[in-house]
Design a protein around this ligand. Structure first.
Ligand code: PLP
Length: 375
């Protein structure tokens, strides 16, 4: 168990922030590094041509370690939407083929598939709703399936998907596996080598504690010769030689670098992202998950005393807790809780409580007190 890391964050004592699934706070050190990084733009001569590649090269292995993958497969993207759009552009769909998604998937991993399906005469098939996402996805995969697109845990309540089983079922019918790990990378152990996905997307502003508009796409080795969304000059071979950029080239840099977004070496944001990733690796994702699972378990037990029901811990990720009410909750419940400086989210009829290592026992007390007062 990792003791509370609150001192590393700029969280006022009176605030109980239990909403990492909404936006993860940046570490105080990351904010400081980010301020200095932004200030470099006031002195452009301090930004060297080598920085254009060095900044991104430093980040690839860090994200690769978080997801148990190789650094060569990592591209820098601004959002999960961008990463999934890249995947959709590179997976052939045919007339009558299907893309299988779980019910109530976050839209970033749905809209690109709807567009791709419409263009190809394919169909998005939504797995049956319910608590067991794995069973529902397995039941929806058949010989028509070209792609299975899902997350490791549901964004509303943390319901888990057994990705090894879903991946194996997808491979058995020749389908690709596309994962959006925005709500799990950095907090829930994931091993790309074991799951063998084709594409992995993750926005970094939640559980990776990074700035907004930063994120990653990991691409499996056999997909790395695909077509990027943008034709960036930095993604081309030889782009480190600024003197020769007009010796135009059709070949790309190695690995998944061709999939980097335009202006990937964001001098203002990437140094702060790096601080978050390094800290997460130092804490260790398994230890983070164990600590947060204990925290949500404790909150579930306390909330049960108020008549709120949590999902079966064996079916949910430990960093998430979805609390259900005996009767529909007042729609302004999150506002009432926020007025008491307790920050959580309402997703559907589920109160989503998502702590991180900055939380402590006092935050739990404040949540329970505020819930008791508001209900
Ligand atoms: C599962 C999931 N994916 C992605 C995102 C963010 O998507 P994007 O980076 O496309 O804005 C969210 C935000 O809540 C999310 O919950």
């Amino acid at each position: 168990m990792i003791p509370s890391q609150r001192a590393l964050f700029d969280l006022p004592r009176e605030v109980a922030y239990l909403n990492c699934a909404y936006i993860g706070p940046m570490l105080a050190e990351a904010v400081e590094v980010g301020r200095a990084a932004l200030a470099r733009k006031a002195r452009p001569w301090t930004i060297r041509p080598a920085d254009f590649h060095d900044q991104t090269e430093e980040l690839r292995p860090l994200f690769a370690r978080v997801i148990g993958a190789d650094a060569e497969g990592v591209a820098l993207v601004p959002s999960a939407s961008y990463a999934i759009a890249t995947a959709a552009q590179n997976l052939p769909l045919g007339h009558g083929r299907t893309i299988v998604v779980p019910a109530e998937q976050f839209p970033s991993n749905l809209y690109p598939w709807r567009a791709a399906a419409a263009a190809a005469g394919a169909e998005v098939v939504t797995a049956a709703p319910g608590p067991d996402l794995t069973a529902a996805l397995l039941a929806a995969i058949d010989s028509r399936t070209a792609v299975v697109a899902c997350a490791h845990c549901r964004w509303t309540d943390g319901a888990l998907v057994d990705l090894a089983r879903v991946g194996a079922a997808a491979r058995a019918v020749g389908a690709a596996l596309v994962l959006d790990l925005t709500q799990s990378a950095g907090a829930l152990p994931f091993d790309a080598a074991g799951v063998r996905p084709d594409f992995v997307a993750a926005a970094a502003y939640k559980w990776l504690l990074g700035p907004y508009a930063t994120g990653f796409l990991w691409v499996a080795p056999h997909r790395r010769d695909g077509r990027p969304l943008e034709q960036t000059w930095l993604g081309r071979a030889g782009s480190e030689n600024f003197a020769r950029l007009i010796d135009y080239r059709d070949d790309h840099r190695a690995g998944a670098r061709r999939f980097d977004m335009g202006e990937a070496p964001n001098f203002a944001l990437l140094p702060a992202l790096r601080v978050g990733l390094e800290r997460i690796l130092a804490w260790d994702v398994e230890a983070i998950q164990a600590t947060l699972a204990a925290r949500t378990g404790e909150i579930a037990a306390r909330a049960a005393g108020l008549g709120l029901a949590a999902s079966d811990p064996s079916l949910r990720a430990g960093h998430f807790l979805g609390l259900r009410f005996p009767a529909p909750p007042p729609p302004d419940l999150p506002d009432r809780l926020a007025a008491a400086q307790v920050h959580v989210s309402l997703r559907g009829d589920t109160l989503r409580v998502t702590p991180h290592l900055y939380n402590d026992d006092e935050d739990v007390e404040r949540l329970i007190e505020a819930l008791a007062a508001a209900l």
